[in-house]
Design a protein around this ligand. Structure first.
Ligand SMILES: Cc1cc2nc3c(=O)[nH]c(=O)nc-3n(C[C@H](O)[C@H](O)[C@H](O)COP(=O)(O)OP(=O)(O)OC[C@H]3O[C@@H](n4cnc5c(N)ncnc54)[C@H](O)[C@@H]3O)c2cc1C
Length: 444
């Protein structure tokens, strides 16, 4: 049992967290541990002392979704109903949250008043507009991404239906599936609502990570009889990432091993719907070199990652819409009460490749620093601030049965063992779930 005491007369502090995913939940669970006098579950150093004081914290997480969704498994879970079911757990069904005392509001934050310390929320269930005041705000609402990179459902039941229908489309597609993506490029976006035969050109600039690669590989593993083709406009996969050529070459050879056909260095310049004699619709893709390709389904693995920060005053944001932070994760823009506001996860303007491991690490540090700040407020202690280092450019990709990774120290590695250690059997779902200890009741 922790031996530390509560601070006599300390009031309860109200912490609002926007976003109940890797970053937001890690922040919340760090605060739960600290406020119960425990060393945070994310701390590597078990020798450190538990917090000197226990201070009551009233934590509320606001999320548009009704549960925790394992986002990084999307290339598989969106294409497989069974896997989908394991990837989304309603907050109310998570043992580690039920016993945590954390409150959940299902809704979308529409604006924040830093000076008044109030968040305005559009509540989903009641459709009511609700104002929540706070002592501390943690922003962890990530990036908005499109289908089929991530599901668009916000409720578990809808997500299962979304994945089932997508899986059926993939299975029933005649003439295979084409995944378009693998770097940064302009793309002729497919608009299925336009009439058959018309050209469908909507030019957009796209930043794409590894989603196309993982999606193509997972589809081939799930549906080995289906022809899967990955088209990428550059001669090298992952051309937009700061990664060496041998990594991209290894990824390409793993894709081929799985049976994915790759077309590199070709832009899709036109996509036309064609109705076949047997009443089915297929798509004719024209490539820049004049080649044509028929396929039953085109998946644009194009993550147009747009920061969700539209609800925040612009003084808090950089020119791309990311939240400016100090290494302490406190907001660094010129805003009122900056020391009471934190940002964690993908939404933060922080160097390095954005990853869920980084998001959980930020959550740990933000929870720690926030608790140190409120201990200083109520007990007058000197805050022991943990400062974040820039994230190294490291990456691990699931390419079918093998993983391919790159780190500055070890360079490119690949193999089935690496797949097990990085992603386990379920695209990392158990790893993240266990790391956050979501399956275990919170200790008192
Ligand atoms: C297909 C794919 C594969 C990936 N693979 C990997 C991988 O293998 N390894 C890795 O480390 N990383 C991977 N990533 C990156 C990783 O998923 C992100 O870094 C991580 O999800 C960031 O977590 P987050 O908590 O900051 O944001 P998110 O996970 O994006 O969560 C944000 C939450 O905020 C909620 N929200 C958004 N707006 C609002 C609002 N206005 N009001 C209330 N709630 C809101 C959302 O519903 C969501 O629950 C992958 C990403 C994708 C898309």
């Amino acid at each position: 049992m922790p031996s530390n005491d509560g601070v006599p007369g300390a009031r309860s502090y109200r912490v609002l967290i926007i976003g109940g995913s890797y970053a937001g939940l890690s922040t919340a669970l760090t605060l739960v541990d600290l406020s119960r006098g425990r060393i945070p579950r994310f701390s590597y150093d078990r020798e450190i002392a538990p917090p000197a004081h226990r201070i009551p914290v009233d934590i509320t997480v606001i999320d548009e979704r009704d549960g925790y969704y394992h986002l990084i498994g999307s290339p598989k879970s969106l294409a497989c109903e069974k896997f989908a079911s394991d990837s989304w757990t309603r907050f109310q069904d998570i043992p580690g949250l039920k016993s945590s005392g954390i409150n959940f509001i299902r809704g979308s934050v529409s604006s924040v008043d830093f000076a008044a310390k109030t968040a305005h929320i559009d509540e989903t269930d009641t459709k009511a507009k609700r104002n929540e005041s706070y002592d501390y705000l943690v922003v962890g609402s990530g990036l908005r991404r499109t289908f089929p990179t991530v599901p668009q459902s916000q409720v578990r039941a809808d997500f299962i239906a979304e994945a089932k229908s997508h899986a059926e489309e993939i299975q029933n597609s005649c003439e295979g599936v084409v995944v378009v993506g693998g770097g940064e490029y302009s793309f002729n976006f497919l608009n299925p609502s336009l009439p058959c035969g018309s050209a469908k050109l909507i030019f957009c600039r796209i930043i794409l990570g590894a989603v196309g690669v993982e999606m193509a590989a997972e589809l081939k593993i799930l549906y080995p009889d289906q022809k899967i083709t990955l088209i990428h406009s550059r001669n090298r996969l992952l051309s937009s990432e700061p990664l060496p050529d041998d990594f991209a070459e290894r990824v390409e050879s793993c894709l081929r091993e799985v049976g994915v056909e790759t077309i590199l260095g070709q832009r899709v310049v036109d996509t036309t719907a064609v109705d076949t004699e047997n009443g089915r619709r297929v798509w004719r893709l024209a490539l820049a070199d004049g080649r044509e390709l028929m396929t039953g389904l085109v998946l644009s693995a194009i993550s147009r990652s747009i920061p969700t920060s539209t609800y925040l005053p612009s003084d808090a944001l950089n020119e791309d819409g990311y939240v400016k932070i100090h290494p302490s994760l406190q907001l660094s823009g010129s805003i009122p009460n900056a020391e009471s506001h934190y940002c964690v996860g993908d939404l933060a303007a922080w160097p390095g490749i954005k990853r869920c491991g980084g998001a959980m690490h930020m959550g740990h540090y933000a929870g720690h620093n926030l608790y140190e700040h409120l201990m200083a407020q109520s007990a007058g202690s000197k805050p022991d601030v943990k400062n974040l280092n820039p994230f190294p450019n490291v990456i691990g990709l699931a390419v079918g049965k093998k993983a391919v990774s790159w780190t500055p120290d070890e360079g490119t590695k690949h193999g089935e063992e690496l797949m097990t250690s990085l992603f386990g059997e379920d695209m990392g779902n158990s790893n993240c779930w266990n790391y956050m200890q979501l399956g275990e009741a919170c200790k008192a």
